[in-house]
Design a protein around this ligand. Structure first.
Ligand SMILES: CC(C)(COP(=O)(O)OP(=O)(O)OC[C@H]1O[C@@H](n2cnc3c(N)ncnc32)[C@H](O)[C@@H]1OP(=O)(O)O)[C@@H](O)C(=O)NCCC(=O)NCCS
Length: 211
């Protein structure tokens, strides 16, 4: 694609529609999902299904929020996909009793991508800020994500704290600790109700879930 220097004011961010299925999958496929080649083709299908969910918000698609960035000609140049994290519905990783609270207060970025010709112009930052604002307004307390080591600085500049584990104290007093080999976890507080403390040497989120 021709590489124009775009004025950020020319970029429009809009919520994705069911017709954006291919566009969204194509854009989010720019993320290295660290999957085996044979698992790749269907890996983003759940995103397509989620796009058909109702969008009577605060989020664009029930528990998911999908945004597309378009250039001045209406061509999609970036996307962000957020929703609940897989570990929230895994009984081996988080207590079942906490599931609803987790899903209603904590969101995760499943993918953030900008087409190469439009990178380094602030489009990813804009998409992330839009998504964070929406989740904050919807009462979410923390945004989380997993990222490749090479992006630690990138997310750090956007206000994210990165560590090997995602660590959080639950209202039950338990310590939730999520580890995914090969990834770093990052989080950003969206609400003054939540805070960061150090537990067992790890930056740990407290106060993210209501008692
Ligand atoms: C990572 C990615 C989304 C960044 O998109 P972008 O629109 O270029 O990002 P921005 O222009 O908003 O960048 C914001 C800042 O991060 C810096 N930055 C961008 N990409 C970076 C990278 N790969 N490593 C380190 N810093 C980076 C920019 O220079 C900019 O710095 P500044 O605020 O000091 O000017 C884009 O490179 C991409 O799509 N990569 C492939 C998919 C991917 O890896 N996604 C992230 C994992 S979910």
């Amino acid at each position: 694609m021709h590489a124009p220097t775009t004025d950020l004011t020319d970029i429009r961010v809009r919520t994705a529609t069911p017709e954006d299925g291919d566009t969204l999958v194509e854009l989010i496929s720019l993320v290295d999902l660290q999957l085996r080649a044979e698992d790749l083709p269907g890996a983003l299908d759940p995103m397509r299904y989620a796009l058909t969910d109702s969008d009577d918000g605060p989020l664009s698609h029930r528990r998911n929020h999908f945004l597309i960035a378009e250039n001045g000609e209406g061509v999609p140049v970036g996307a962000i996909a957020c929703g609940f994290a897989k570990w929230m519905s895994d009984r081996n990783r988080s207590p079942v009793i906490m599931r609803r609270k987790l899903v209603e207060r904590i969101s995760t970025v499943h993918g953030l991508a900008v087409v190469p010709a439009y990178r380094n112009q602030g489009i990813a930052r804009t998409l992330l800020r839009h998504a964070e604002d929406t989740f904050r307004d919807a009462g979410y307390t923390v945004m989380t994500l997993r990222h490749d080591r090479s992006l630690t600085k990138f997310y750090g500049r956007l206000g994210y704290t990165s560590h090997n584990r995602l660590s959080m104290t639950l209202p039950t007093g338990e310590l939730l600790s999520i580890l995914d080999r090969g990834w770093k976890h990052a989080f950003k507080l969206l609400s003054p109700a939540a805070a960061i403390t150090t537990v067992q040497g790890m930056p740990t989120i407290t106060g993210a879930l209501p008692d």
